[in-house]
Structures are given as C-alpha cells and as structure tokens.
Design a protein around this ligand. Structure first.
Ligand code: 6R9
Length: 679
C-alpha cells in the first residue's frame, strides 16, 4: 500500500499480516442477559433506515426539547445531528438517576498506594459535588456557557466532577492527558483560548507522589509564548490541606480548590439547556503537522452515540460494576469511563497508578475486591501483563462477563490469553476500533449476536458503513486479501464536528481525499477518511493494520512524527530529524529518532540525551524514543525530502524498497551498517 507522500512511512506498511482466525461464540450465560440479543436490532439499523435509525440512541437520553431534524447535511461535511433539540449532558449523566438510584455508587475510585481504601461516590454525592464545583466555576472563575476550560488532571474523581460541572454550565472542557508535558498543555490552552486551567498539585504513580503543579507553571508560560494569558489556575490538592509541591503559588492566578469550596457548600446550579449541536468538549490529538488538532465533539450527537454504544457493545446494565482501565485523558476515558457509563446509570470504576505496581496482580485484585463484571483495556496492557504475570489472573476470584480491547491491533495469541486467562474462558471479548475523531466505536462486534474473531475488530457498528478504498478511490472488495484505506461512507451522531478553529483543515484531512463533489450536500459524496490501513475479510470483518499518515501509535497513544521531529530540532546541534515507527513486542510500535548534525558538530551521547530530553519537554515522557541514531546524512530524494520509508526499512530489518532515485543512495548502506550492527 502506498501513502499520501512518497517520502513517508506508515505503520500500515510495517504491519505483520497474520492468518485468518476461527470464530469464537459467546457463552450462553452472556447471551441470556445481553442488552442486544434479538437480531431484529440489525434490521432496525439497516442502511435503508439511515439516519432515522439513530433516533434509537437519542431516545436513551432526556431531552428538554425534542429535535425536529435528525440529520442536517446542508453544510457538508459539517454534519448536524438532532437539530432543534436541547439537552444537558450533566443532567443526563447525574440528575436523571437521582430518582431511581441516589445511593448507588456512580463511581468507585481506587487510589494508590494500595493500602488506601477505594472511595465510592454515590449518584447523590456526585450531584452535590458537581453542583458545588459548578457554582465555584461560575461565581469565582467567571465560567459561562461556550467558554473553554482546560484541565490537566490525573486519574482522580475531581476530573469527572470537573467535566460534569463544565457540562452543567454549558462550558467546553478540554482535558489534556496528565502525562503530557506542561509545554504541550500550554500549547493546547492557547489553541483553545481557555482562561481557566484546572489541575492538581500531585498524584501517585508507581508508589511515588509526583509533583504536577510544576507543569501548571510551565503550561502558563508556554501559553504566554503563544500570546495567551491564563487568568485563573484552580489547583485541587491530592491530600486536601496538604500541598504536595514546593512550587510557589502565583498571586492572583493560583487558587486551591479545597480552600474555595467551603464558600459554595450547598449551592445548586440549574443545568444549562444546550442546543444538541453545542460543543461539549475538545480532545486534542496528533496529526499531519506539528500543531495538535482540537477535535470538537457535540452535546446531543456525541452523548447519544456513546450512550447507545455503551448499552449495546459494552452491554452496560445499571447494576454492573464496570471498569474501563484507561485514562480519562484520552477519548476512551471520556466516552467509556465517564459519559457513556454514567448516562446509563451504572457504577464506573477509575483507578490511579499503573497496572504493574506494586505487582502485575494489581488489576485482578481490584477486580476481585470490587466485584467487577465488565472490564476494558488496551492490547499494550494485556501484552505487558501477559509477559510479567501470565498466571496472576488465576489467583484472584473475579468473574468477568464482558471484556473490551481498544487502541491498537491485538495479536491473535495475545487475544487468546486475554480470553482464556483473564476472561477465564467465560467472558466475551469485544475488540473496538475507533478514534478520537469518531467519538465512539466504529468497527466491532455486537457481543451476543456476532461471533468474535481474534485479531479482527469485526464489522461496522450499528448504522456504520465502512468501506476500503484503494489509492484511486476504487472499492477494495471484501475477501480480496488486499489492503487499502478504511473510510466510513456515512455520517453518524458521534463524529466530531470540526477541528477547533481550523474548519478548512478538518475538511481537507478527513474528507478531501475521496470527496466526489465539493459542492454536494449529499452525504454519499463525503466518505470519512479514518487514516488507517485495513483489510476486509469475506465475512465483512475488518482487520486494522495501523496508521497510513504521519502518526505512530505507541502503546495506544497517538504521536505525530512532525511533533517529534520539531521537538528534536529544538536541540542546538541538530540539523535534520526523522521519526520512524518500529515494531515493538510490548507496545505495538515504538519510535526511533534519526538525526543529523549541523556542520562542525560532533556526535555524542549528550546530543542523543538532548534529543530525548527535548521530546519529553515538548510532548511528555510517553513520547520518549527507544533509540536516537545520529547519522552522517539522511537518505533524500533529489528534491531534498527525507525518505522515512527507507529509514524505517532499515530500523525494522525490512525491505527498503527502490533507492535508485535517491540523491544519495550510498548513505543507505552506511546507515544500515551503523544501525543493524548495534541492534
Ligand atoms: C480509541 C482510540 C486511534 C487509532 C486508530 C487506529 C488505532 C484504535 C483499534 C486500533 C486496531 C483497534 N486503533 N482501536 N487499531 N484495532 N481495536 O484509540 O483513539 O487515540 O484517537 O487512536 O488507534 O490506528 O486510528 P485514538
């Protein structure tokens, strides 16, 4: 498969092709209790029912005013769902459950260290907390409907409380994953134009209390460099009353939330009735250029889509104890820890720390202690736990009925361990392919109705019609064995509305490639380009090969090669940089950096460390490369483009393709010699 730029290398190009696998059927006990066990549901979402089929999802919500138009395509491809409708997302996730289950735990938070008890927060308590914090945001920080509020919060209940408080006010939240650097956070603050930053002084990870306030200072500084001043920084203390950082508080800017909150005790804030199309949140993700993309999600369409898919694919029932062990700082956490599960009134678990500390039995101990019924994680975690604690699950008496995987392709062998050992052969496994942009699941199986196939995510979700196109826009037929670019033919309620502040880029990246007529208002002319390579088997199941663009998916985290390269270029000695993906046993893919030096500079370990440090500073530790190679020159085309495809071939011990057209073909053997000798 080729990609958009000839100098580019894509993950999909270095994907391993595994053979077709056998089906696994769901256990009868699961089918008997499933939310979707009648095949009639497939007819209700048949193509000729589009778009009205999605009314079924929207009807799971409470609306202040019902909508008049299900799908408005007049400004294609800026789709508008449930037009005329009004609702409040916080009301749907909290208030509406007060009548039926005020004393049921809405959330259970499992903190580090391990001897600390889990904290249950009932729906009533959640309602009180959200109201008080919303009052503080409104009256102290001046937040109102439509304002953007950035969070840089770790995995603590204060994060969902802050999300729901913003939603209650109609403000747009933008959570930046806690592991991102202060600089990355500041860039996102400036891009979204947030006047308020909400953070925490510290959090636990691997048994250590990490100073997080330092990142708030860096974020404000970085935002200022982009010409944006942050007026208010609200800081929760991880241990109320006890400051976990030695960073000074900035007068007039920084405030401890636990000092302010007593003034708002008992206050109530009426949920703002928002148009269905009002943005609910921004979620930044990496893309083709250095500038991150703020994916803007709507209130009505998004909430309807995550509620519907949580019901039918996560099979969530109110009396489940549901645990998605992801971070809320990613789309998975927004959709399937917070909004979907709470909208359905279940108990959602969140945890602080990592799966492997203090030992690789931690997740299974939590599952046993809390009686978790439904479990959700990423292949990278599964691979790690399979390696570090292959028998750990057998030591604990939990029983999962349902398990999900998300974020990367899962190898059939790893899938089988998940099914057999983690799921004890009793749980269904639902592989869910989707993206920050899509809001919810795109390719997956209805667990009681469609059999599982290890390594394949499944067919399109209800009402979702994927198609694979080749480079010239011809359909790649199912069963042909050929890979191509996976697209979704139709819009759906969870699709993001635009890239914040960059509508042209939104159109260009996601819709230009296979658009049939730029003036058309017929959705058939606007296939959505997902940016993944995929293969469709004869049974209509899709196997995702990886990204086709300048994104590397490391342990389920999307990293932009341009962002990595521009971070490396901040190091004085560096003249040129190229980031390439390499296959990695545990993390799926890893990043290797290739750099060349300015004339007169000498290669040294200090330069290599400088590149790593720059990447950690600009993006965060998650982006740390596994190798920094200092090479005498980059392989280049005659027009001077760095041939990443050739470099990746060397790093992966794979074919480098045709190099006869390079300006400097001799460099290939030199680099190969240098790199492969050391690997
Ligand atoms: C939800 C999420 C999206 C990219 C996506 C694809 C990869 C996600 C997958 C999968 C194979 C799956 N991806 N789920 N690949 N099988 N089940 O992960 O969003 O962080 O935006 O990443 O992740 O490459 O394009 P996001």
């Amino acid at each position: 498969m080729t990609t958009e730029r000839s100098d580019n290398v894509s993950e999909a190009q270095i994907a391993v092709h595994w053979r077709e696998e056998e089906y696994y059927q769901p256990p009868a006990a699961f089918v008997g209790q499933a939310n979707a066990s009648d095949p009639a549901i497939l007819d209700r979402f048949a193509e000729d029912r589009f778009p009205e089929c999605f009314k079924e999802y929207a009807d799971l919500l409470d609306w202040d005013h019902y909508w008049h138009t299900t799908l408005d395509t007049s400004e294609a491809p800026f789709w508008k769902w449930f037009v005329g409708g009004r609702l409040n997302a916080c009301h749907n996730c909290v208030d509406r459950h007060l009548a039926t289950r005020p004393n049921q735990a809405a959330m259970i938070w499992v903190p580090e260290p391990e001897d600390a008890d889990p904290v249950a927060i009932t729906y009533r308590e959640l309602w009180v907390r959200v109201n008080e914090f919303a009052a503080l945001l409104r009256d102290f920080a001046g937040v109102k409907a439509g304002d953007r509020v950035t969070f840089h919060l770790p995995m603590v209940p204060e994060l969902p409380v802050a999300m729901l408080a913003c939603a209650r006010l109609g403000a747009i939240h933008s959570e930046v994953f806690g592991g991102f650097s202060g600089t990355a956070c500041g860039e996102r603050i400036a891009d979204s134009g947030s006047d308020v930053l909400i953070t925490m002084d510290g959090y636990y990870r691997n048994g250590e209390l990490i100073d997080h306030k330092i990142k708030a200072d860096e974020a404000c500084e970085a935002a200022a460099k982009h010409g944006h001043e942050v007026g208010t920084v609200l800081i929760w203390r991880r241990h109320p009353g006890r400051y976990a950082s030695d960073r000074p508080m900035v007068d007039g800017r920084d405030h401890f939330v636990d000092d302010l909150l007593p003034d708002y005790r008992g206050q109530r804030v009426a949920p703002e009735s928002m148009p269905a199309e009002a943005p609910l949140f921004l979620m930044y993700t990496s893309g083709t250029t250095g500038r991150p993309k703020g994916c803007q999600h709507s209130t009505g369409g998004y909430l309807a889509y995550v509620t519907g898919t949580s019901k039918y694919y996560q099979d969530i029932h109110p009396d489940d104890t549901y645990w998605c062990a992801a971070d809320i700082g990613w789309i998975t956490g927004h959709s399937y820890i917070v909004y979907g599960p709470l909208s359905l009134g279940t108990t959602t678990v969140l945890y602080e720390g990592v799966p492997t500390y203090p030992d690789p039995g931690r997740l299974w101990r939590i599952a046993e202690r809390l009686g978790v019924t439904t479990f959700h994680t990423a292949p990278t975690t599964i691979r790690m736990l399979r390696k570090l604690g292959p028998d750990e699950p057998t030591k604990y008496h939990y029983r999962f009925k349902h398990m999900t995987t998300v974020g990367e392709p899962i190898e059939p062998e790893v899938w089988r361990w998940y099914h057999q050992v983690v799921g004890k052969g009793e749980a269904v496994v639902v592989d869910t392919w989707w993206q920050t942009e899509t809001g919810g699941f795109m390719g997956t199986t209805l667990p009681a109705l469609q059999p599982m196939k290890p390594g394949s995510c499944g067919p399109g979700a209800l009402g979702i019609y994927p198609v694979i196109y080749d480079e010239v826009g011809e359909v790649v037929e199912a069963g042909s064995g050929k890979a191509g670019n996976i697209c979704i033919r139709n819009p759906w309620p969870g699709i993001f509305q635009t890239i914040w502040g960059q509508p042209e880029r939104f159109k260009q990246i996601y819709y230009e490639r296979y658009n049939r007529d730029p003036a058309s208002t017929d959705w058939h002319d606007w296939p959505y380009l997902a940016g993944d390579g995929a293969v469709e088997a004869a049974d209509g199941y899709f196997r995702i090969l990886g990204r086709i663009d300048d994104v590397i998916n490391v342990a389920g985290h999307r990293l932009g090669t341009k962002e990595l390269e521009s971070a490396a270029l901040t190091v004085d000695e560096i003249a040129e940089a190229a980031a390439v993906p390499v296959m990695d046993e545990l993390r799926g893919r890893a990043v290797e950096m290739y750099v060349s030096l300015k004339p007169g500079m000498t290669a040294s370990p200090a330069v290599q460390d400088g590149v790593t440090a720059a990447i950690e500073r600009e993006i965060g530790k998650i982006a740390r490369p596994t190798q920094v190679w200092i090479v005498p020159d980059m392989p280049k085309t005659r027009s001077g483009k760095i041939m990443r495809r050739v470099i990746a071939g060397i790093s992966n011990f794979a074919d480098v393709g045709d190099i006869t057209t390079l300006a400097n073909p001799e460099i290939v053997a030199d680099i190969r010699h240098q790199v492969q000798r050391e690997k």
